[in-house]
Design a protein around this ligand. Structure first.
Ligand SMILES: [Mn+2]
Length: 331
């Protein structure tokens, strides 16, 4: 069958956060992050997609290991071959380097990775938006999504967005979707930035019913509380009138494979030990204070008797109490 020009199957994945440095409790975060990057590559080939879009946060800092870079580039080359160069990545907050030149800058400036733009399919339009500056969601900001009412609209972004009455919460201050005039007409908002897999549903400005989906960060770089077991990749068929969005749940590596559970236990034990040390230090300090400069051990009775910070009444009451429990007198 001959393929029409506008046919486009687009694979979307969440924050990949590639890194050559280990992260807190992972056995090997570098291996794990490459594992998921390879997984995305395998899926792109198996599903025969024409385009790949990463939702931003390509890396955590710049690579510090040439072998890692070599494997990354081999996988990126496979992605480029599969998509004939249509390999996009939104600019996430971590892609804006404090040092001025991030891996994102490095690969986009070489044309290896394409920056955010609009993809127009026969029935579906995909608008990609970078992280930050909420002006991009307003008409005044000049960057509104496509408004062709004959088409379905998918917005890809890297911010924390939620519907006004949403219960997603817990990820800091969100942009309220109903207030973002530029999202008028959106049927789907697919978002990076939040590392958990989440989904919601509501109305965008102008009254269009809209799905909100966060596929989650597969490599689980930050783990607070419960460790999530699933994330997702999404495939959009811009040639389809219905069921143009497919969500594939991904079973992530088992917790005991990803994480050094002994290290987790050790970290917990270390924390408890430190707390204990603080308490012991407090007791020691008190005991030391109980020793006079000439080395003589002072009793509680002596200390209270010599205390000038409290009133005589309080002091006498305390001394009386000590005597009553058999702790009276210096000797
Ligand atoms: Mn991120």
């Amino acid at each position: 069958m001959e393929r029409r020009e506008f046919y486009l199957k687009v694979l979307i994945y969440g924050d990949i956060h590639l890194s050559t440095r280990n992260r807190a409790r992972h056995r090997s975060y570098p291996d794990e992050s490459l594992h998921y990057f390879e997984f995305i590559t395998d899926q792109a080939e198996a599903l025969g997609v024409d385009c790949i879009v990463g939702l931003g946060d390509l890396t955590y800092g710049n690579f510090g290991n040439l072998k890692y870079r070599e494997i990354f580039e081999e996988l990126l080359d496979r992605q480029l071959r599969q998509t004939k160069g249509r390999r996009y990545e939104l600019q996430g907050n971590h892609d804006i380097s404090a040092g001025g030149y991030s891996e994102y800058d490095f690969y986009t400036s070489r044309g290896k990775i394409k920056t955010a733009e609009r993809i127009v399919g026969e029935h579906v339009v995909i608008d990609m938006l970078n992280y930050g500056d909420p002006a991009k969601y307003t008409v005044e900001g000049g960057l509104t999504i496509d408004q062709d009412s004959a088409k379905k609209h998918i917005v890809l972004c890297h911010d924390f967005l939620q519907f006004r009455d949403s219960k997603l919460g817990g990820y800091g201050e969100p942009y309220i979707i109903e207030e973002l005039v530029g999202l008028k007409g959106a049927d789907w908002i697919i978002c990076g930035h939040i590392h958990d897999m989440l989904s919601d549903h509501g109305m965008v400005h102008g009254g269009n019913s809209c799905n909100l989906f966060y596929p989650g960060a597969m490599a689980r770089p930050v783990t607070k509380g419960e460790i999530m077991e699933k994330a997702a990749i999404i495939v959009i068929d811009t040639d389809a009138e219905q069921d143009y969005v497919s969500i594939y749940e991904v079973q992530l590596l088992p917790v005991e494979v990803s994480y050094d559970l002994q290290r987790v236990e050790k970290a917990k034990a270390e924390k408890a030990r430190k707390q204990e040390l603080v308490l012991v230090a407090g007791e020691l300090r008190d005991a030391i204070r109980n020793i006079t400069p000439d080395g003589g051990r002072r009793t509680a009775y002596d200390i209270i008797r010599d205390n000038r910070q409290v009133s005589i009444e309080v002091r006498d009451k305390a001394l009386e109490y000590l005597q009553s429990v058999g702790m009276g007198d210096s000797q």
